[in-house]
Design a protein around this ligand. Structure first.
Ligand code: MG
Length: 362
C-alpha cells in the first residue's frame, strides 16, 4: 500500500504527518543574479553582477535558507556549485538534519572543493535548526549580539572621482576598507583622504609582488592613518610576508592565504590575524572551528564575506560577536537583495532576533 492509499484507508487528512521517521526532506535550488550598485573592481576582476546559489531545505514543515557565493579564484561557478549540491541531493533529502554535524562531515567527504556549495548546504541546515528550536543562531551559539564589532564598508578600485563618490555614499560607516594592489594605490588613497579623515583598513588582495614593495607601501599607508592591511603579498609567499611583518607597525591579516582550518597553524609566524569567510571554508560550522582555532593560537580574527545576498551575510553575522573585526558588507553592495536580515546602523551590526538566520523576504 502506498502512502496515498494508506492515508485514504485510514481516513487521515493529507496533511497528517507520518508516524515514526519524518517524510523525506525537499531541496530546491536556484541560481540568483545579484546586480552590483557599482562596477566592482579588485586586483582579481571587474564585474557588474554576481551569480550565487540559493537553497531551500524543507523538512518536517520548516524551511531553511542557504546561499553560496562561488569564488572564481578556486575554480568555482554558480553552475559548479549547483552540480556539487545536486551530487549529494539524494543523501541530503534522506538524512536527518538534526545530525547536522555528521551530515556536513559526510558532505565534506563526498564533495571535493566547491566550498560555496558546502556553505549553502550548511547555512540552510543551520537556519532550519534555529527555526526548529525557535532561537536565533547567535543564541544557539551562546553569543551576545551586542558584542558584534563594527563592520567596515568596502570601496572597490575605481577612478578618483568615483572613489570620492563612493566614500561620500559610505558616510554612515565609521571604518572603510579600501581595495588597493594595482598601480593606482597612491591616487586611490589621496582620493579617499580628500573627502574623509575616518578610520581606514586596506586590502591589497595579493596585489604587491615583492616584499620590498610591500614594506614600502605599508609604511606609507601607516603614514596615512591606515590601521591594518589584508593580504599584501600572494598567498604562497609566507616567508616574505614574515619578513614584511617584522618591518611594519600595523597588523597584517591573511585572507587568500587562509581558507581552511588546516591553513591556520602555519600562518602564525607571518600574520597577525586571519579573515574567515563562509564561502572559503564551507559554512558556519567550519567558520566557527576556524575562529576558535585562530583565537587559541593567538591570532586576531576577522569575519569577511563575498558579494552575496542577506542570506550569506546574515549567516556570518550571527558568528560576528566572536571576532575582532567584521567586514560584512557584501549584501550592501548589491541592488536587488531578495531578503532582509542583518542590518547595519552607523557601522554597527544589528542581528535579527527571529529564529534561525531571522530573514524576511524583501
Ligand atoms: Mg580580502
Amino acid at each position: 500500500m502506498n502512502r496515498r492509499d494508506w492515508l485514504k484507508a485510514t481516513g487521515a487528512a493529507a496533511a497528517l504527518p507520518l508516524v515514526g521517521r519524518a517524510a523525506p526532506s525537499m531541496l530546491e535550488m536556484q541560481i540568483v543574479r545579484l546586480r552590483l550598485r557599482h562596477t566592482w573592481t579588485t586586483t582579481m576582476s571587474s564585474s557588474e553582477y554576481r551569480d550565487t546559489l540559493h537553497l531551500r531545505f524543507t523538512h518536517d514543515g520548516v524551511t531553511g535558507l542557504g546561499e553560496g557565493a562561488p569564488i572564481v579564484r578556486y575554480g568555482e561557478s554558480a553552475e559548479s556549485a549547483r552540480e556539487a549540491v545536486e551530487s549529494v541531493r539524494e543523501f541530503l533529502v534522506s538524512a536527518d538534519p538534526w545530525e547536522f554535524e555528521k551530515l556536513m562531515a559526510e558532505v565534506f567527504r563526498r564533495v571535493k572543493g566547491q566550498f560555496a556549495a558546502k556553505a549553502a548546504i550548511d547555512i540552510a541546515l543551520m537556519d532550519w535548526v534555529g527555526k526548529k528550536l525557535g532561537v536565533p543562531l547567535y543564541r544557539y551559539f551562546g553569543l551576545d549580539p551586542s558584542d558584534a564589532p563594527l563592520t567596515t564598508y568596502s570601496i572597490g578600485i575605481d577612478t578618483p572621482e568615483i572613489t570620492r563618490q563612493k566614500v561620500r555614499e559610505a558616510e554612515s560607516f565609521p571604518i572603510l576598507k579600501i581595495k588597493v594592489g594595482l598601480n593606482t594605490d597612491e591616487t586611490t588613497l589621496a582620493a579617499v583622504r580628500s573627502v574623509t579623515a575616518k578610520r581606514l583598513r586596506v586590502d591589497a588582495n595579493e596585489g604587491w609582488k615583492d616584499k620590498e614593495e610591500a614594506v614600502r607601501k605599508i609604511n606609507w599607508l601607516e603614514s596615512q592613518g591606515v590601521e591594518l592591511v589584508e593580504q599584501p603579498l600572494p598567498a604562497p609567499m609566507l616567508e616574505e610576508t614574515r619578513w614584511v611583518r617584522s618591518r611594519v607597525h600595523i597588523p597584517i591579516i591573511a585572507d587568500e592565504a587562509c581558507l581552511h582550518p588546516a591553513d591556520i597553524p602555519r600562518l602564525v609566524a607571518a600574520y597577525d590575524g586571519v579573515n574567515i569567510k563562509l564561502d572559503k571554508c564551507g559554512g558556519i560550522l567550519e567558520a566557527l572551528r576556524m575562529i576558535q582555532m585562530a583565537r587559541a593560537l593567538g591570532l586576531k580574527t576577522m569575519l569577511g564575506c563575498m558579494i552575496a545576498s542577506s542570506i550569506s551575510v546574515t549567516a556570518a553575522a550571527h558568528l560576528s560577536p566572536l571576532v575582532d573585526f567584521a567586514d560584512l558588507d557584501g549584501n550592501l553592495l548589491i541592488a536587488n537583495d531578495p531578503y532582509r536580515g542583518v542590518q547595519v546602523k552607523n557601522g554597527r551590526l544589528l542581528l535579527p532576533d527571529r529564529p534561525g538566520l531571522g530573514l524576511t523576504v524583501g
